[in-house]
Design a protein around this ligand. Structure first.
Ligand code: TXA
Ligand code: MG
Length: 321
């Protein structure tokens, strides 16, 4: 990719950023917490580009940004407590994890195959203007390379991602500087990540204490769960050819029943991963053989996700591999 454009956060800059995002590109934008790396949450390829730019070793689910509660309501079901928190704290540094509405057209890569999605309305005029102009859910993890601190100024973004993303909208320093507080409903309101909004304020609004994630951490960090994306069929990895009875997920010249990327392009493969696994699983095979994927670039995250999906599970029929 060529050099990253530095855009002034005026009307022309926001319009340019929105055009790039609508074309499937990735653009960093300011929020009140930290800079986000924005891409269309409805486009698997755009989401794959976000992971690629961050060199994230795992496909953690991403937060979707909306210009208003009204816009967010079109995508998720808000039960009573969620509605109360959104009314009180949005726009603001609070992310709610909720079930998406059927037919919400979100990329399976953005939600990492989970049955829930994370939403927030940021308290920042540039982020709100951008989300409004893009007019689709804006996926946005923090705009730093994986393993580095979250950026709170445009030059932090550039120091990590210059040349790896299309543009950065410079909105000056972020006010809050740490990421949003994440609350899920399991079903009681649960603090999934402490962040920019104090739990006490949330508890005062709810009139009851927040639950804490269970000790195994299974409810706090879905990206860490060993098999949170799991197929019904077993997976056999590094398979150059299918055995009798198996379906084959191909890559590059290993054609397969479905192919993650005939061109051997890891961005395309990441974008297709969840959708192709779903399709093959839907055919009812007992086992899916998966072609070898190179362990570099997005291939690291693809292999991490495949290994998690292939991990033995007690709930899988006959599954004592
Ligand atoms: O302040 C913020 O939240 C910033 C700005 C840019 O909005 N964003 C941010 O995104 O911190 P990120 O990707 O770095 O963190 C997203 C967190 C991850 O820890 C992820 O596990 C959690 O949100 N998350 C996303 N979807 C989830 C879901 N369905 N269930 C539980 N956790 C979820
Ligand atoms: Mg982050």
């Amino acid at each position: 990719m060529s050099a990253t454009e530095l855009l002034l956060a005026d009307a022309a800059g926001v319009a340019r950023a929105a055009r790039l995002i609508r074309a499937g590109e990735v653009v960093a934008f300011p929020t009140e917490t930290v800079y986000g790396l924005g891409g269309l949450a409805t486009d698997d390829r755009a989401v794959a580009r976000i992971f690629e730019a961050k060199a994230r070793p795992r496909f953690n689910p991403l937060i979707c940004h909306f210009p208003s509660l009204t816009a967010a309501r079109e995508f998720a079901r808000f039960e009573r407590d969620a509605e109360r928190l959104a009314e009180e704290f949005w726009p603001g540094p609070l992310t709610l994890v909720l079930p998406p509405k059927p037919g919400s057209a979100l990329s399976a890569l953005a939600t990492a195959g989970l049955p829930t999605m994370a939403l927030r309305v940021p308290d920042h005029p540039i982020a709100l203007a951008l989300a409004k102009t893009v007019d689709a859910p804006l996926a946005g993890p923090s705009a730093n390379p994986s393993g580095r601190a979250s950026p709170t100024r445009a030059d932090h973004v550039l120091s990590g991602l210059d040349g790896r993303i299309s543009a950065v909208l410079d909105g000056g320093p972020c006010g809050v500087g740490i990421e949003s507080t994440i609350v899920g409903f399991l079903p009681s309101p649960t603090l999934m990540r402490p962040g920019g909004l104090a739990p006490e304020s949330i508890e005062a609004c709810l009139g009851s204490p927040l639950a804490l994630p269970d000790a195994c951490g299974t409810t706090s960090a879905p990206g860490q769960m060993r098999s949170h994306y799991a197929t019904r069929a077993r997976l056999r990895l590094e398979a150059t050819a299918p055995e009798p009875g198996e379906l084959h997920l191909g890559f590059g010249t290993l054609e397969g029943d479905l192919n993650l990327s005939e061109a051997g392009d890891l961005v395309e493969a990441a974008a297709n991963l969840f959708a192709h696994l779903h399709s093959l699983d839907g055919c009812g095979a007992l086992q899916i053989a998966v072609a070898p994927i190179p362990d570099r670039g997005l291939g690291l995250a693809i292999n991490d996700r495949l290994r998690r999906a292939a991990a033995p599970r007690p709930d899988r029929a006959g599954g004592r591999e």
